[in-house]
Structures are given as C-alpha cells and as structure tokens.
Design a protein around this ligand. Structure first.
Ligand SMILES: Cc1cc2nc3c(=O)[nH]c(=O)nc-3n(C[C@H](O)[C@H](O)[C@H](O)COP(=O)(O)OP(=O)(O)OC[C@H]3O[C@@H](n4cnc5c(N)ncnc54)[C@H](O)[C@@H]3O)c2cc1C
Length: 456
C-alpha cells in the first residue's frame, strides 16, 4: 500500500529531524524549504539545519546537565541531528560543538539520499487543504505570510513576533528566611490562595545600589535587522525603565504597595515579585524583569536582590526577534493545533528555545505524525524524561498567560525524592544524577513502542 506523504515545512533543526524520524518509520516525506529561493535575515546558506549563530549544542554531560541528558535521549531515539553533530564535533571541553559547515552538509546529504524523502525548494504561504498531515517547523524567522495565516487561525494574541523574557528562578534556590509568599493585597484571584507570589524586599539603600548596577551593567545590542524591535510598554526592558528616573521601578514592577514584610510587619521600600511559571511549581519568573543585560551581568546584578543571593536561574532574560505560538493554549499533547489538527508544530515556533530543544521537538512531532499515518497508537514520552518535560511544558505545563520561550532544564522535571546519603552541594548534584538515570530508563521504555510500530 502506498502511504500519503507527511509534509514538513522548514528544513531547519526541527524540520530536518522530523523528516528523518518520519522516513525512518517507513512513511514518505515531502520537505519544503524556502532557502534556495528566498532567504531569512539570519541564515547564510541553503543547507539543511544551518546553525545561525553559535556552533555549540551546549553541555554534553548526561548526568548533571539537562541539555546533556537531552542529547543522550535523542541519540537513543536515532536522532539525525545528534548523529551528524557527533560526526562533525570540534574540541569544546564538556560541550558538544560542531563544524557548522560539515554538520549542515552531513544533514543535507542524509536527507537528500533517503529514498522516502524529497526536498522541494519553495516558500509555503499556507499548506493546501489536501495536505492532511503537516508539520510546521519554520522557526524563529517564519515567513511573515505564513505567520499571519497561523495567527488568523489561532487568534491575534496567540502568536508573537518578539520574545520578552524575564529571568526564571528555581524555587528551591530562593532564601525563604528573607523572601515570603503573598499576593498583593492578599487577593486570591481565580486560581490563587492569596499568597501566590514570592516577594523579595529591598530597603532604600539596597534599592539605590541595585538601580545603579542595573544602569551600569553591560547590555547586548540588537542585530541590525532586529533594530526595529518594538518596546511595548508592557514588556520594556527593566534597565530602560530604570533610566527614566530612580523611582520609576518603585512605581512599576518593584512597587511595594499591598505587601507586608513578615519580618518587620511593615511595607518595604521596594519589592521584587516572582510568579509561578510551571504547573509543577518548581520555577518562578521575575515579574516585569525582561532585560537586555548580558547573561553574566544578569546573574551578578539579580543576585544583589535579598532572597536571591544564591539564586539558580533556569533561564536568563532577553528580548529578540522571534516567532512563536502560545503552545499551551493552541496545541494538544501530540503537538497538533487544536483548531486545525492536520497541522502539527515543531521547533522554536512551539516556544522551546535552542538548537537541541528544537530538534528534540522535531523527533516527537515526526514520530507522532508517522504513527498517525501508520494507524498505530502511541503514548507521548513520559514527563520524567527531558523530551517529555519539554513537551509537557509547551503543551500545558507552562503558564499560557505568561508563556515565553524555554530551554530544557531540571526545573521542568517532576521532583524526585531528595537523596539522603549525601549533604550540601553534593546533594544537588546527586539529585540531578537521579533525575537523569530515571529519565534514561523511562526514555528507553518509551522508545520500545516504536519498534513494534515500524514492524507492524
Ligand atoms: C539570530 C538568531 C541566533 C540564534 N542563536 C542561537 C544559538 O546560538 N544557539 C541556539 O541554541 N539557538 C539559537 N537560536 C535559536 C535557533 O534559531 C533555534 O534554536 C533553531 O534554529 C530553531 O530551529 P527551527 O528548526 O525551529 O528553526 P530554523 O532552524 O530557523 O529552521 C526553520 C526553517 O524554516 C524555513 N522557513 C521559514 N518560513 C518558511 C516558509 N513559509 N516556507 C518554507 N520554509 C520556511 C527557514 O528558511 C528555515 O530553514 C538563534 C536564533 C536566531 C534567530
């Protein structure tokens, strides 16, 4: 029986991986890529899986780093991106970095020589009605025509052309001898209790020192083609607000009204609030703290905040040209658009962030689409795995009201019992290793179902 193809739009990190996964399951693929006839602002070649900036896939440490663990899961899932990344690796300490040209050539060759994959160089404005299974993997620089069409289906507010990322902190690194839980005026709201926010207090001296460091810190510049990035009033970088006057932040995101520091029973000079960011309650975002400070500067300056002196950041802030949908609202658990299930989404457009994460979502979208075409049922990867933790975050675990792109990190994993046989810093390391070992075991079990699906 001849199977109808799965159509994949975009041969970047996610689309290339998805095409490989679909074809390896015996299902034909048509991969549509516009580069060759039309470029993006950041790509330089027409090669598949071009790395637009750094040549690093980040840490390769499987036991102590969530992205290293993701690498391992992807290798076990037969990832093309990881196989070609490993082949073209260059020396980079504990990181996996690649020769970008060799890597992209390797991916392109594997895809073009696969008997079930055909690549068409064309811009897709919107998938025609007779494409019954489509993976949209068009990335942060999705063409405007396609983005607008997606926006018209999902809703005006559900697709963003820029991200405005406030730092996200692991809750267990916050010092609750200083910080306290309270909602402003103790309001409970629809899903709250009246003590939903984490509050970090500042006195006048601490506040003024903080503002001075914010203003003096090093910032990143916009790329030339990003230079018309709009600053919406609601997501203006914190340092831009601070530059308008020393008290601007005290009347904005750092306002202390309606909050009482339990240590003094009084209102503070200023307060930094953190709001729950994932359903598990392990991650909290710093409300209103989107910033263009350099990463090292963010860590230094934000650790000046009382209560955050030992903060571990699940992600740091930023503001970039990006295209992503509000996945927790628009997608179901197998990455299909609820309003148009023939469309699946993969890669950075789903609100994951990074080369490796994008390819990982490509693995999942590809496998889901192939199983659907083969008429076999499958389950999504367990939440306890790195792949499953990304999937859970983008399809429901992330807060839809404040959804912003996210890298993989251990804060997305369901907690595990604390190790009791080690103390201090070693305990945190051991906990990561336990999470990693649980994930590897669970990903192996998850992958078994596909062996049966292929054979069927
Ligand atoms: C300037 C910039 C720098 C970045 N730096 C890093 C970094 O250093 N490290 C990191 O991990 N991540 C980085 N990222 C994020 C990075 O882009 C993503 O992590 C990754 O490339 C996303 O993979 P993707 O497959 O979703 O998108 P892409 O790799 O961008 O692939 C999408 C593909 O879709 C094609 N396409 C778009 N619209 C259409 C259409 N309508 N029809 C047909 N084809 C279409 C594009 O040409 C492109 O080939 C950066 C992003 C940008 C924009």
């Amino acid at each position: 029986m001849t199977l109808k193809p799965v159509h994949i739009i975009g041969a970047g990190l996610a689309g290339s991986e998805a095409a490989w996964q679909v074809a390896q399951m015996g299902v034909p693929v048509v991969l549509h890529e516009m580069r060759g006839v039309r470029m993006t602002d950041a790509h330089k070649t027409d090669g598949c899986a071009e790395l637009v900036c750094s040549n690093s896939f980040r840490s390769d440490d499987v036991h102590y780093n969530a992205v290293g663990l993701l690498h391992e899961e992807m290798r076990r899932a037969g990832s093309l991106i990881m196989a070609e990344g490993d082949k073209s690796a260059v020396p980079a300490g504990g990181a996996l970095a690649v020769d970008r040209d060799a890597f992209s050539q390797g991916v392109t060759e594997k895809l073009t020589s696969h008997p079930l994959i055909s690549i068409r160089r064309e811009h897709i404005e919107f998938p025609p009605d007779d494409w019954d299974s489509v993976i949209v993997a068009t990335g942060p620089l999705t063409s405007v025509e396609l983005a607008k069409k997606v926006q018209s289906i999902g809703g005006e507010e559900q697709l963003a052309f820029f991200d405005a990322i406030a730092p996200i902190v692991h809750k267990d690194s916050i010092d609750f001898d200083i910080a306290w839980m309270q909602s402003r005026y103790d309001k409970s709201g629809p899903a709250g209790t009246g003590s939903d926010y984490i509050n970090c207090p500042m006195n006048k001296e601490q506040y003024e020192a903080f503002i001075a460091e914010l203003l003096a810190s090093e910032k990143t510049e916009f790329k030339e083609w990003e230079s018309n990035t709009p600053y919406f009033e609601g997501c203006m970088p914190i340092e831009v607000m601070a530059s308008r006057g020393v008290d601007t932040l005290r009347y904005g995101p750092m306002k202390p009204v309606g909050l009482t520091d339990p240590r003094t029973n009084a209102r503070c000079h200023a307060v930094i609030q953190l709001r729950q960011d994932n359903a598990l309650g392990t991650l909290y975002n710093m409300v209103g703290f989107q910033t263009k400070m350099k990463y090292a500067e963010q860590t230094r300056v934000f650790r000046m905040i009382p209560g955050l002196q030992n903060a571990e950041f699940a992600r740091l802030g930023g503001l970039h040209r990006n295209t992503f949908i509000n996945s927790p609202r628009l997608l179901n658990g197998s990455l299909q658009m609820k309003a148009m299930p023939r469309l699946r989404f993969a890669g950075q457009i789903t609100g994951c962030e990074g080369y490796v994460e994008s390819a990982a979502v490509g693995i999942m979208a590809g496998r889901f689409a192939a199983c659907e075409r083969l008429g076999v049922s499958m389950t999504p990867p367990p939440h306890t795995t790195a792949m499953g933790s990304i999937l859970a975050h983008i399809t429901g675990g992330g807060n839809a009201d404040t959804f912003q792109p996210m890298n993989v990190n251990f804060g997305l994993f369901p907690p595990i019992d604390e190790p009791t046989h080690v103390r201090g810093k070693e305990r945190g390391r051991e906990r990561k290793k336990m999470l990693a070992l649980r994930a590897i075991n669970d990903i192996d079990n998850w992958l078994q179902q596909f062996t049966a699906a292929k054979a069927a």
